[in-house]
Design a protein around this ligand. Structure first.
Ligand SMILES: C[S@@+](CC[C@H](N)C(=O)[O-])C[C@H]1O[C@@H](n2cnc3c(N)ncnc32)[C@H](O)[C@@H]1O
Length: 471
């Protein structure tokens, strides 16, 4: 593709993203490229990069295009065309050269209109980030979240949000069911991929730059799984042992189920629960590729007796709760634009209800881990404090009760948070709680696999399951 055609496609992609404002941009981008299979890998990366740079710098770019009614320019004229043109300029292209890209010729974007030319002319001599911009604009966070983020990070707000604005690293987890971390490193190198061990997760590997992992042999063989180092540490906090009974209550597409099955050395039983059938379906292919044999899936439905019958029977219960995803803004810059106060107002009681339901599954003496990929105390510390207040039979794990798989700095307290600036991971929170050992005679006996649960050895047929996710 010519540079002009790539530009036109980036504009089309941003228009598609704008047309589905509640849908995650990466889902729209996947559909966009699926419908345009003729676009090759290099072009695809260049198109996505320009579109993502626009999303990452959304507020700053808009700041440069205020209403200029007297000159016939209104903010309604700020379209993906203008944002892409501005982005190219701020990336170093002279304004005349940017204008030339809009040639109107075949595959190139249509010529710039008078209001667009006028708006672009005001960019001359300016930088993308300007001292007059507020912190929220310069660092790309929503104004309504400023008080919560300021309270959370204090003097670190600026470096934390700046780190959140960077492109993320791509982390893998060596799957010890298939080989050691050293073997994974060797096989990656043999496949032409450069990685190095992570410092916090004992199984993590960090890839330099963007490398085609999913097409590589070690990925296809299940020797490595895509998983942010922070997500690996949540599984480390849960620390299930071989032979135990484990419930991954919000398992989604099983990112943490996979890591926990690895820690269990495929022994014992792990039940991956979720309310979303498509997500649980997506888990099947990943579990098969990873060589996991000790997992079953269970779809949670309203009025379902499954959980009731298994109260007090699990050694470890992980609640990887649905959350604002504010810790994943590096990966999903569009999420900053989508998140509303209303979403948070709905999420907090939902998380509390899920945590209460899941807690009932924990046996006396067992472990309950509550985790999110959120930066916000309302979803994290406050949620755990409220739970402990209303559940005196649970306590935050004391030193010595937390997982020895965690790095020393995270082991001392029952709860930890991770951030891109401090830890080089996505933002994560995990709290380990222990149910006090006070067995009662009414406890249900250990139950076998649930009715309606599906054995995950099933997908022998090609094409079953969903692609790997980074969760
Ligand atoms: C953060 S995601 C889980 C990611 C997953 N653990 C992983 O590592 O790949 C949260 C999940 O909670 C699920 N969920 C939402 N409401 C739920 C509920 N009431 N009970 C259980 N799971 C729920 C969502 O469908 C979603 O898959």
């Amino acid at each position: 593709m010519t540079p002009e055609a790539r530009l036109a496609s980036a504009i089309d992609l941003l228009n598609a993203i704008a047309a589905a404002p509640r849908r995650p941009a990466d889902a729209t981008a996947n559909a966009f490229f699926r419908e345009r299979r003729f676009i090759g890998g290099g072009d695809r990366r260049a198109i996505a990069q320009l579109a993502w740079n626009v999303l990452r710098n959304w507020r700053k770019l808009h700041w440069h295009f205020p209403d200029r009614a007297a000159e016939g320019f209104s903010t309604a004229d700020v379209t993906p065309r203008l944002l892409c043109a501005a982005m190219l300029h701020f990336e170093g292209m002279a304004l005349d050269d940017v204008a030339r890209m809009f040639s109107g010729e075949r595959y190139a974007p249509a010529r710039l209109k008078a209001p667009e030319k006028l708006a672009l002319s005001h960019l001359a001599g300016k930088k993308l980030a300007m001292p007059q911009q507020s912190n929220a604009v310069r660092l790309e966070y929503p104004d309504w979240l400023a008080p919560a983020l300021e309270a959370q990070f204090g003097p670190d707000l600026v470096p934390e949000m700046a780190a959140m604005g960077q492109a993320p690293t791509l982390d893998l987890r060596a799957n010890l069911l298939k080989g050691t971390r050293e073997e994974a490193l060797r096989e990656l190198a043999r496949a032409g991929l450069t990685a190095k061990p992570t410092t916090l997760s004992p199984w993590g590997l960090r890839l330099e730059g963007r490398q085609p992992v999913t097409a590589s042999q070690p990925f296809r063989d299940g020797l490595v799984e895509i998983q942010d180092e922070g997500s690996q540490l949540v599984a480390a906090a849960a620390a299930p042992k071989p032979g135990q009974r484990v419930a991954d209550f919000c398992a989604g597409a099983a990112g943490k189920t996979l890591a926990m099955a690895m820690l269990m050395e495929n022994r014992g039983q792990i039940v991956a629960c979720d309310v979303s059938e498509p997500r649980l379906e997506g888990a099947a292919k990943r579990l098969k590729r990873a060589g996991v044999h000790n997992a079953t899936r269970h779809l949670l439905t309203a009025g379902d007796k499954w959980a009731k019958r298994r109260e007090g029977t699990f050694d470890v219960v992980l609640v990887d709760a649905p959350c604002s995803g504010t810790g994943t803004w590096r990966r999903n810059p569009d999420a900053r634009l989508r998140l509303r106060q209303q979403d948070l107002d709905e999420l907090v009681p939902k998380q509390a209800a899920i945590l209460q339901r899941a807690a009932k599954l924990v046996r006396p003496g067992g472990r309950l881990v509550y985790a999110t990929c959120s930066l916000l105390d309302a979803e994290n510390g406050q949620q755990v404090a409220a739970f402990l207040q209303s559940h005196p039979d649970f306590a935050l794990a004391a030193e010595g009760e937390t997982s020895s798989l965690l790095p020393e700095g995270l082991r001392g307290k029952g709860a930890f948070s991770l951030t891109p600036y401090r830890d080089g991971t996505d933002g994560f929170f995990a709290a380990t709680m222990v149910r006090k050992a006070a067995p009662t005679s009414t406890e249900a006996p250990l139950a076998g696999p649930a009715e309606g649960s599906q054995a995950l050895r099933a997908p022998d047929q090609p094409g079953e399951g969903a692609p790997a996710s980074a969760a």
